[in-house]
Design a protein around this ligand. Structure first.
Ligand code: HEM
Length: 425
């Protein structure tokens, strides 16, 4: 693809340093040196984003952890000083103007507390654990699609479809409708960013579909997560149809591109670190799954899917990392920078799949901590284990410098990951 337009963006302090401008095309390939520079010289740094919006970037681990859990930082875009930015994004409180954006990542307590409690009753670790055989089956079916060819694009043929089918199954979207979701999600991931044009159409179609699906489930409850949400709401707690649709939407949205990138970035990191890969492969071949657990956490820390946590807005003036932040200012916590902070991690730029002291922020922290972490771990572990076991000699089929990263702000992930391997007989 082409470099994103509108970049590179002035980040005067960084431009003066030895690294490419923030959010430029070169920056996307390896943002870590620029983040190291910021951590050292401007740990809470005001910058103009590619969209033109100004925001604070928080890059040190302790500041990041504090900001993620700070009640003075709201998730609701109505608190943004630039009203135009927040306009139409969320309808909370009250149902007037509520839409699919009225979801967990855009709301604060008490609405957040009520909705999170409700979904936690339906999205239980037990439900996720029971899903393990289905994830394995989906994984194998996708690998069957290219195993005999000897080559594949691991993003398009593997990392991309796996989470979308997994979440559709979990929610209770019937198999015959799942390819529609794949198309809508493809539209959203390709264009990312703001809801314009094709993206807006995809969101609209998804909303109409989810509203209709929730309606149908109400009349005929099943075993799936949407039915579980409806059941939980029937037992006391209030859940409007819009809130149910917004919940289904955020589960799809938050659980989709993130998992694509966990698998994609994870496979890429293993390809670039042959000794670490061999260590993992040997332990899996020996039937030992202990390393797998720490390995997936380390892959999340080292090059995780969520580069910046989602938006936060100061509801009043506050001081963070010694920096005064005005009411209404947006704050972006750079998880990718915090997770390489030498003040918290020994040799943070070294990939160590055996790392045990690893309280990374890849899933966030505080009340918005990732609801889907158990599912993400299951998908990541299953996908990487199966790849390493079934295609043990898979290798990069491109020059590392030719790989292209997506230009989005929040997520970090590859556009394609071409590989070759000995075909399965
Ligand atoms: C929240 C990361 C997969 C559902 C978050 C947050 C992060 C994150 C960093 C917090 C954002 C913030 O505070 O601004 C990830 C990563 C994943 C992953 C790295 C994959 C490796 C999933 C999956 C699902 C999911 C599979 C569900 C199917 C959610 C939801 C929230 C969330 C609903 C919002 C929780 C709240 O606001 O209370 N995730 N996620 N995530 N995630 Fe995930």
């Amino acid at each position: 693809g082409d470099p994103p337009t509108g970049c590179p963006v002035a980040a005067s302090a960084v431009a003066a340093g030895p690294t490419p401008a923030l959010f430029s095309w070169e920056f996307a390939a390896d943002p870590y040196p620029a983040y190291a520079w910021l951590r050292e010289h401007a740990p809470v740094h005001r910058t103009r984003l590619p969209s033109g919006v100004e925001a604070w970037l928080v890059t040190r681990y302790p500041d990041a952890r504090q900001a993620l859990a700070d009640a003075r930082l709201s998730k609701n875009p109505v608190h943004h000083s630039e009203a135009a930015h927040g306009k139409g994004k969320t309808g909370i409180p009250g149902e007037r103007g509520a839409n699919l954006m009225t979801h967990l990542l855009n709301i604060d307590p008490p609405d957040h507390t009520r909705l999170r409690r409700l979904v936690s009753k339906a999205f239980t670790p037990r439900r996720v654990a029971a899903f393990a055989p289905r994830i394995q089956e989906l994984t194998d079916r996708l690998i069957d699609g290219f195993a005999q060819r000897g080559s594949a694009d691991l993003i398009h043929e593997f990392a991309f479809p796996l989470p979308i089918y997994a979440i559709c199954d979990l929610l209770g979207v019937p198999p015959e409708d799942q390819d529609d979701f794949r198309d809508w999600a493809g539209m959203m991931i390709r264009h990312g960013g703001g809801p314009r044009g094709g993206v807006a159409r995809s969101v609209k179609k998804m909303r109409a579909y989810l509203a209709e699906l929730i309606h149908r489930k109400r009349a005929d409850l099943g075993d799936d997560l949407i039915s579980g949400l409806i059941r939980a709401s029937d037992h006391g707690e209030h859940l409007t149809e819009n809130e149910a649709a917004a919940m289904a939407f955020i589960l799809l949205f938050a659980g989709f591109e993130t998992t694509v990138n966990l698998i994609g970035n994870g496979a890429h990191t293993l390809l670039r670190h042959p000794a670490q890969r061999e260590l993992l492969q040997k332990s899996l071949a020996a039937g030992d799954e202990e390393l797998l657990g720490t390995a997936v956490e380390e892959l999340l820390r080292y090059d995780g899917p969520v580069e910046l946590a989602t938006w936060r807005y100061a509801t009043r003036e506050l001081t963070l990392g010694g920096q005064r932040i005005a009411e209404g200012d947006p704050v972006l916590v750079v998880l990718a920078a915090a997770d390489r902070d030498p003040a918290r991690f020994d040799e943070p730029d070294v990939l160590d799949l055996t790392r045990r002291d690893n309280p990374h922020l890849g899933y966030g922290h505080g009340i918005h901590y990732c609801l889907g972490a158990p599912l993400a771990r299951l998908e990541g572990q299953t996908a990487l284990t199966t790849l390493l076991t079934r295609l043990p000699d898979f290798r990069l089929a491109a020059e590392p410098d030719d790989l292209r990263w997506r230009g989005g702000l929040i997520m970090r992930g590859l556009r394609t990951l071409p590989v070759e391997f000995t075909p399965e007989p």
